[in-house]
Write a protein that binds this ligand. Structure first.
Ligand code: HEC
Length: 157
């Protein structure tokens, strides 16, 4: 009799502790924190998002930028991107400037995390490649030079 009561008491106590830790207050708090976290992160995630007005496309190509952009490519992008249409880890870069807007390309180079979170086209690529492009964190100026190199790779003069 006594043992049964003890077991019953233990069970009830465990139940109460479980209830207190999972249900009730804790859950509500977690939701509140999540929301605040989201709102707090929002401006930061989009902080370095470029605008159309940040980018100037000029002809003919800036030869210095093409060379500089090629160097960046060889250093930071070549391991995953070919200059042909063939996919390596990421898509090949041939005709990428015909497929995509300059703004979109530069946002991928400067802030890929933001793009993978918010941009449907980038998300499609992620599904296709099954690898998340690591954030390259290129400065705006460097991304612009890589873009110039891509334009040159696509046959622009
Ligand atoms: C570790 C591999 C890796 C490296 C390094 C890398 N990328 Fe990527 N990149 C990817 C993958 C994978 C994708 C497809 C999107 C995804 O899955 O995240 C992608 C997609 C892209 C796209 C879109 C291509 C398209 O066809 O629309 C651009 C632009 C791009 N990367 C630019 C760059 C630049 C610029 C660099 C170098 C500064 C770079 N990437 C370095 C893996 C990489």
């Amino acid at each position: 009799m006594k043992l049964k009561t003890m077991i019953a008491e233990t069970l009830i106590l465990t139940g109460v502790i479980l209830f207190m830790s999972c249900g009730g207050g804790v859950d509500k708090n977690a939701k509140q924190v999540d929301l605040q976290e989201l709102q707090k992160n929002q401006p930061e995630t989009h902080g370095t998002e470029l605008k159309e007005s940040d980018i100037q496309i000029t002809n003919p190509l800036n030869a210095e930028w093409v060379t500089f952009g090629k160097n960046i490519y060889e250093l930071k992008c070549q391991s995953c991107h070919r200059l042909t249409e063939d996919k390596l880890v990421g898509p090949g870069w041939k005709n990428v400037t015909k497929r995509r807007k300059p703004l979109w390309i530069m946002n991928m180079a400067t802030n890929v995390d933001m793009m993978l979170e918010t941009d449907p086209e980038a998300q499609k690529l992620l599904e296709l490649c099954m690898v998340r492009m690591p954030n390259q964190n290129l400065a705006k100026e460097d991304a612009r030079k890589v873009l110039e190199f891509m334009r040159s790779n696509d046959g622009e003069k």
